[in-house]
Design a protein around this ligand. Structure first.
Ligand code: G3P
Ligand code: MG
Length: 379
């Protein structure tokens, strides 16, 4: 069936179905490409009985770099072009909300801070004419030695991290190159953080230094967003600091033998500490799979992708197949969104541990088998 050529089926109507792929544990494991990934995507690129391109997007809870940069890397890894119009990572959805934070400083945490800060700035300046007024860098709060920003803030910042929580030079390597006051970031300079509260903390990606990030988040929240300011009882704060996490994954597969702790584990650690200190968890907003907001965002992206491929007059809402490795995120979200779901055995899901907490429409050994099953089903 896979080599059969249906010559009559060559109209420019899109197929009535489309795919959403998880990345880690489905297409890649850590940095390694899973062999079935290229074969699966080639089927969608036209090597199928329909002789048509079948639309697909990638939906990952990963992040920490810009979409453009990640798509370039994925294209090289997978050997076919992956466009930003078919790519959604954990924090891509924040583009939709950046207008809420125009003229308000926000704190970004996670990953290589300099890279993540640039991603946040990118969301703010395009395509909406709004911007984050400032994104103070945790790195600059956390180190001892003076930097242009540190020097400019030192007068009013007086950030009291204990030496224990200050990073060593070697640790700084994880955080990317030392930023200097490059032109696009000089907006830091005029902000007086003793008077201008941080309005929100965004955890873009998995933090590298949990202790430091938990400490900073606890401080910023308890002082009502004023860095180094006195603590204010949470009940008495008029505008409490918002806390936003972008990836709820407790575990992910990566390239190690056993699953690795994800951003969800950091959230659990933060909330446990916050509860121990304050007596209750801190209210937060969660994005990423399996949240409804992220699945709605992905569905919109997929519709636009179909129009890009088959013409802007296309109004079709395709039947969506989600191929994922994590029952708690990929499968749970797909089931709630009323998509079909395929759980593969190349990632987090461990069949020997019994049935998964969220049952998929179908199981497959790998992504190629998943795609073949779905395409067959649609014939
Ligand atoms: O940090 C990434 C991880 O939590 C999951 O990635 O592609 O499986 O959603 P993915
Ligand atoms: Mg995965």
């Amino acid at each position: 069936k896979w080599t059969r050529n249906i010559a009559s089926n060559t109209s420019q109507q899109p197929p009535p179905f489309a795919f959403v792929f998880d990345i880690d544990g489905v297409l890649l494991r850590g940095r390694d490409v899973l062999p079935a990934a290229k074969r699966a995507l080639n089927i969608l690129e036209g090597d199928n009985v329909l002789r048509k391109k079948i639309p697909y997007i990638l939906l990952t809870n990963g992040g920490g770099v810009g979409e453009h940069e990640r798509c370039e890397k994925l294209s090289a890894q997978l050997g076919l072009p992956i466009s930003t119009s078919q790519y959604c990572q954990a924090h891509t959805i924040l583009k939709k909300f950046s207008h809420k934070y125009a003229d308000k400083p926000v704190l970004v945490l996670g990953g290589k801070l300099d890279t993540v800060r640039k991603v946040a700035h990118g969301y703010a300046s395009s395509p909406q004419p709004i911007c984050y007024a400032d994104i103070p860098r945790l790195q600059d709060m956390a180190i001892k030695r003076p930097s242009p920003l540190w020097t400019s803030l030192r007068g009013n910042l007086q950030y009291g991290l204990s030496t224990h929580f200050q990073m060593r030079k070697s640790e700084l390597r994880w955080y990317g190159p030392r930023a200097t006051a490059t032109p696009q970031f000089t907006i830091f300079q005029p902000v007086d953080f003793s008077k201008t509260p941080i309005s929100a903390i965004f955890v873009y990606h998995d933090p590298r230094n949990w202790a430091l990030d938990v400490q900073v988040a606890c401080d910023v929240i308890q002082s009502g967003g004023i860095i180094g300011g006195p603590y204010v009882n949470l009940k008495d704060q008029d505008e409490p600091v918002e806390l936003i996490f972008c990836n709820p994954d407790l575990l992910w597969k990566s390239d190690f033998d056993r699953p690795r702790l994800g951003q969800g584990a950091f959230k659990a650690a933060f909330q446990a500490v916050f509860q121990a200190v304050i007596g209750s968890e801190y209210p937060h907003v969660q994005f990423g799979k399996p949240t409804e907001a992220t699945y709605e965002f992905a569905e919109e992206l997929l519709k636009v992708r179909v129009q890009e491929m088959y013409g802007s007059s296309t109004r079709l809402s395709p039947h969506i197949y989600m191929v994922g490795d994590n029952p708690e995120s990929d499968i749970a979200g797909a089931n709630s969104a009323e998509w079909s779901s395929v759980l593969v055995r190349t990632g987090v899901y461990e069949p020997s541990h019994g049935p998964p907490p969220h049952l998929p429409t179908h199981y497959a050994d790998d992504v190629e088998e998943a795609v073949k099953w779905a395409v067959d089903r649609e014939m």
